[in-house]
Design a protein around this ligand. Structure first.
Ligand code: IPM
Ligand code: MN
Length: 360
């Protein structure tokens, strides 16, 4: 099949700008690899609240369910962040979308780029050669448990709940990935304190014999936070629950030098969504300075998911080419830099013309 329906949710802040570059790059891919993408746009996040009162309008959900994959930009607006009393929040749209599409696994690959190593605040020796794949559970845990604020505002709670069905599928996914890689799986938890963490351990231990080549180990989340910046190379595949994964993956993003580089895929049995791990960066909105690479690399993950591995490889090579040639946005080079759209065009052009030129 070479015809794909893509739902496009640009979202808030710099979301629309970076997603635009992904579309540009996909159009180049379509030309070179003889496939066709049909894009359907949907509203989500603060944008959707301003226009419809709903962070995830039904129409958007419908578009997503009918598509082969969803391309998403970013979500969030300071108007809501600074108002704890807001009843409707942009983030609710994303959480509902994850739940409705059953996107239980959020996959975040982390690598260093040779030419960017010195961009990281961490020392070269520590990070060089790091290659980690994070599997974060995405539709359960404290994000989705019962929540309550008492009417007098004296107390509040959020329940963290996990069932075996929430854990088993993503655990298998992580073991399978480890089998294909360096065969090391690390479960990050807080099993010395939390019952939910002990359930995660039990399930992983039970599943482990089905993957005899994979070495399974465990680390408490506080120690993991330290180890990630002390010795990231000890990790291969990481498996963790929703909130630990949220925190750990932002922390781990400093290894690569810029959060503007990191893509993610959120997948379930029937749907998949691809988004940069960075947020909406409202201060940069409309300035053309946002790094489109994270969105473009998320698009590469989408191409892999759509079983277009050659196109995905080509796209990744195009990104590497841009980075090696210092064709980057201001976050990666403050002296000489290019705009969001210049970087996107450079990458798209490489896809279109490199075959015919001296590049290959
Ligand atoms: C992420 C984001 C979201 C999360 C927010 C926007 C709800 O931080 O995708 O990591 O916490 O999952
Ligand atoms: Mn996050």
């Amino acid at each position: 099949n070479s015809y794909f329906k893509i739902a496009v949710l640009p979202g808030d802040g710099i979301g629309p700008e970076v997603v635009n570059e992904s579309i540009k790059v996909l159009e180049a891919v379509a030309e070179v690899f003889q496939c066709k993408f049909q894009f359907s746009y949907g509203l989500m996040g603060a944008e959707a609240i301003f226009k419809t009162g709903n962070p995830l309008p039904d129409e958007t959900l419908k578009i997503c369910k009918e598509s082969d994959a969803v391309l998403f930009g970013a979500i969030g607006d300071p108007i809501f962040d600074n108002n704890p009393d807001a009843k409707v929040r942009p983030e609710q749209g994303l959480l509902k979308l994850r739940k409705e599409l059953g996107l239980y696994a959020n996959i975040r690959p982390l690598k260093t780029y040779a030419s960017l190593i010195d961009k990281s605040p961490l020392k070269r020796d520590i990070i060089e050669g790091t290659d980690i794949q994070i599997f974060r559970e995405l539709v359960s845990g404290i994000y989705f448990g019962e929540k309550f604020t008492d009417p007098d505002g004296k107390y509040a709670y959020d329940v963290c709940k996990y069932s075996t069905e929430d854990i088993i599928p993503i655990a298998h996914m992580a073991f399978k990935e480890a089998e294909k890689r360096k065969k090391k799986l690390t479960l990050i938890d807080k099993a010395n304190v939390l019952d939910t963490s002990r359930l995660w351990r039990k399930i992983c231990q039970k599943i482990a014999p089905q993957y005899p080549d994979v070495q399974l180990d465990y680390i408490f989340v506080d120690n993991a936070a330290m180890q990630l910046v002390l010795n990231p190379k000890q990790f291969d595949v990481i498996l963790t629950e929703n909130m630990f994964g949220d925190i750990i993956s932002d922390e781990a993003s400093v290894i690569g030098g810029s959060i503007g580089l990191l893509p993610s895929a959120s997948v379930g049995e029937e749907n998949a969504l691809f988004e940069p791990i960075h947020g909406s960066y409202p201060q940069a909105k409309g300035k053309g300075i946002a790094n489109p690479v994270a969105s473009i690399l998320s698009t590469a993950m989408m191409l892999d998911y759509l079983e277009l591995p050659e196109a995905a490889e080509k796209l990744k090579r195009a990104v590497e080419h841009a980075i090696e040639n210092r064709y980057v946005t201001v976050d990666l080079n403050s002296e000489q830099h290019y705009s969001t759209s210049e970087v996107g065009s450079f990458i798209a052009d490489y896809i279109k013309y490199s075959e015919k030129s001296y590049y290959n």
